[in-house]
Design a protein around this ligand. Structure first.
Ligand SMILES: [Zn+2]
Length: 438
């Protein structure tokens, strides 16, 4: 495709063509691609080419591409100028096509300009403003036209498996590895903990030697980079007992997670009054310095920084919100089944939390502090049954969810077997795990 513009009599055709050949030192990425292809390759990688200086004197006209990169704080017009497009022509190209929002152009974006070697200016400008969007500006019959192309995302599944050595966090980061970028790995670990928050107090119940298997569905960008993931299934062994989470969408529902028996993982009570991600001992499972002393009384202590939100473990009514001796600021909630949950050493209470008020499950009701008999910020948590302190692990055990509908049981069982088989196959056969750890 040759441009008719040469005949338009641009005075500095020759000069432009020269510039076109020599630029590129500063940008470092600028390079010429080989002229075989009539259409330039996608502007993803800047290929290295022979030094333009090797090119001598008159050549037969060839189609040529040049790849450059938009610098930080730089305008597209500036990049196009480097490619031999005059400022006014670049502005005209952008105006006539009107598909590139300057605010969406990010630094590092590649800009490919192509044209016949004999022409003073490129006849095509290709940019990729988003990972899945390519815009081609073509000079056709005296005007610039835009052709937009959408690149396809894909999804795939990845299995990971690990045995807890130091913490859930560490284990899963290693098992998932490069299958996800680091921030998304963290997010996934928190999601995993959230999944089981009605069943397992991840900060207490999970111990060395417990195992975690995970099957995730990833969204992969057109350039091959994984972007995020959702959990399809998780299979844990906690203290020798299996606990599963299978994502299943029954007819007419939004979908939810169910255990191996087809019971919803949601239940009447959360297993911990702090979000897993907010517990400061989560990372190394280190013991709280005063845990030993406080173990004398019946309760569970969670090390967390002062001000960390405390959540109601279940729906109920506030029966106490005030000072009480060694507990310092203490909150008590009576739940429907008669259980009372108690939260001590609080810095303060959430707005509107006072005796007689109703609270919902997971609602922020107070904030971690170090009031009363306490030497460092932590939450003291108790569950009382018939007025007696009971081990929350025992008291709250198996207050678990609604079963899946009978008519969906078959579909659920089939799905469960398929997902678990994928975890087993992939994580022992190891092609995926190997790539996760390389
Ligand atoms: Zn305590």
């Amino acid at each position: 495709m040759s441009s008719p513009r040469k005949s338009k009599g641009r005075p500095h055709g020759r000069l432009r063509a020269t510039t076109y050949l020599v630029v590129g030192g500063a940008a470092a990425v600028a390079a010429y691609l080989t002229p075989e292809a009539p259409e330039p390759a996608r502007p993803v990688v800047a290929a290295l080419a022979e030094s333009p200086r090797a090119v001598e004197a008159p050549l037969a006209p060839v189609w040529r591409s040049r790849v450059d990169t938009l610098g930080r704080g730089e305008t597209l017009v500036a990049v196009l100028e480097r490619a031999g497009v005059s400022r006014s022509e670049a502005a005209r190209a952008l105006q006539q096509t009107d598909v590139l929002d300057p605010r969406q152009l990010r630094a590092g974006m590649t800009v490919t300009t192509s044209g016949m070697s004999t022409d003073s200016m490129p006849a095509e400008i290709v940019v990729q403003p988003e990972v899945d969007r390519v815009v081609r500006l073509k000079y056709l019959a005296g005007a610039w036209k835009a052709i937009e192309e959408r690149l396809a995302w894909r999804t795939d599944t990845v299995a990971a498996r690990g045995v807890i050595a130091s913490s859930l966090y560490e284990t899963m980061h290693q098992a998932i590895g490069r299958n996800l970028p680091a921030p998304k790995r963290s997010e996934l670990v928190w999601k995993l903990a959230d999944l089981f928050e009605y069943r397992i107090d991840m900060s207490r119940d999970l111990q060395k030697g417990d195992s975690v298997g995970l099957l995730i569905e990833r969204r992969v960008a057109p350039d091959g980079s994984p972007r995020d993931a959702k959990i399809l299934a998780a299979a844990l062994t906690v203290g020798g007992k299996p606990v599963e989470a299978i994502r299943f969408r029954g007819k007419g529902t939004l979908g939810d997670f169910y255990d191996q028996e087809g019971k919803s993982l949601r239940a009447a009570f959360l297993r911990a009054p702090l979000e897993f991600r907010r517990i400061s001992s989560v990372f190394g499972m280190r013991r709280h310095p005063i845990l030993g002393i406080l173990k004398a009384h019946r309760g569970t202590d969670y090390a967390a920084s002062s001000g960390t939100p405390v959540r109601a473990i279940g729906e109920g009514t506030v029966i106490k919100a005030g000072w009480s001796g060694g507990y310092g600021n203490v909150l008590e909630i009576r739940h429907r089944n008669g259980f009372v949950s108690r939260y001590g050493h609080l810095r303060g209470f959430a707005k509107g939390v006072r005796p007689g008020k109703s609270v919902g499950i997971g609602q922020t009701v107070a904030f971690v502090g170090t009031t009363g008999l306490s030497t460092a910020p932590h939450l003291h948590f108790e569950v009382l049954v018939g007025g007696q302190q009971r081990d929350p692990r025992v008291a709250l055990r198996d207050k678990s969810g609604w079963p899946i509908e009978r008519r969906e049981k078959g579909a659920f069982t089939a799905l469960r077997q398929r997902l678990l088989a994928q975890i087993d196959a992939r994580s022992t056969g190891a092609p995926h795990l190997a790539s996760a750890n390389d």
